[in-house]
Design a protein around this ligand. Structure first.
Ligand code: ADP
Ligand code: MG
Length: 300
């Protein structure tokens, strides 16, 4: 089942069209990467899903129910981490989560249990400091805990890793992976290595449209190998290989590219190198990165 669907969503600000025609769907229990450059319209899309902004046209469903602009009932199914989360900075993380729990009307024993569980999940159990002394990474982690408080079926995170260092990013990605067991996650980013690490599915938003939506498994399968890079010890040996294998290309004096080669061709080249005792530094499989795929798609 799809947890979220967007169908022909259009959004204009004045005479500027930000979302031309956005259609994509997020299957249940996936981590879904919503990718786009700065200004592509990711935050706008998320705000429309939350009923915080009104679309000019199109339809959105969450858990099969239609989203309405304003106080949409579908928000009871959603946990949201905005791009710049705001907290009461005089509170400790525990006090803050208690406060959030009280707003939901849960019993105080459930609030306590849920707070303990979530502080554990985001690695803030022993943090006694007030939020105002927190690093960005700690604030993002607390924000995820808050967004998960009500056990949402859909967790929406707007660029949760963008302002973090590699360690902070890793922590967030690990938390999202753990949270996936209980919820579906839509997270926006422009960092493609984050998508490669944790996403099951990805959609690229570009110039107001979804230019690609695909499962990571399929992307990896279809674009798995684009060939081999060969680095020889001596530039003078490149001619031998170029002569023997017309399909090989020279990229610089001792670098060669064997593009889109199958197993038989690859083995033939390797055998030639060995039989002719050609010293080499590297014979490496080249995999297409999501980054180069994105560049390819957006430069069309
Ligand atoms: N309230 C608004 N009024 C006018 N333009 C806006 C408003 N909100 C966003 N925009 C414009 O819409 C475009 C998309 O913004 P945004 O959704 O924030 O992109 P992203 O989150 O992908 O970086 C940007 O050009 C931005 O300037
Ligand atoms: Mg944004």
């Amino acid at each position: 089942m799809n947890m979220l669907t967007l169908s022909h969503v259009k959004k204009r600000f004045g005479d500027k069209t930000v979302l031309e025609d956005v259609t994509f769907s997020v299957p249940e229990h996936t981590v879904f990467g919503f990718v786009g450059q700065n200004g592509a319209g990711k935050t706008t899309t998320m705000k429309i899903i939350l009923g915080l902004l009104e679309a000019n046209s199109g339809e959105i469903t969450v858990g099969g129910e239609k989203v309405r602009y304003g106080d949409t009932p579908t928000n009871r199914l959603i946990g949201y981490l905005p791009d710049v989360p705001e907290f009461y900075s005089f509170m400790t993380p525990k006090e803050y989560l208690h406060f959030c729990g009280e707003l939901t009307g849960m019993s105080s024993s459930s609030i306590k249990a849920r707070t303990t569980e979530l502080l554990e999940l985001v690695g803030l159990s022993n943090e006694k400091r007030r939020i105002k002394g927190f690093s960005r990474g700690m604030k993002q982690r607390l924000g995820i805990a808050q967004a998960l408080f009500n056990r949402p079926r859909l967790l929406i995170c707007d660029e949760p890793t963008s302002s973090l260092d590699p360690v902070g990013r890793r922590e967030i990605l690990d938390i999202l992976t753990a949270a996936k067991e209980h919820t579906t996650i839509l997270f926006s980013t422009h960092i493609l290595s984050d998508v490669e690490r944790i996403c099951d599915e990805v959609a690229f938003l570009h110039e107001g449209q979804i230019v690609l939506q695909e499962s990571m498994e399929k992307l990896k399968r279809e674009h798995a190998s684009i060939g081999y890079e060969i680095e020889l010890e001596y530039p003078e040996d490149t001619a031998k290989l170029l002569l023997a294998f017309p399909s090989i290309k020279k990229s610089n004096e001792n670098h060669l590219l064997l593009e889109r080669a199958d197993q038989v061709q690859t083995e033939a080249v390797l055998r030639f190198i060995l039989e002719h005792h050609i010293p080499f530094r590297r014979f490496e499989k080249q995999e297409l990165s999501l980054e180069s795929l994105f560049m390819e798609v957006v430069s069309k």
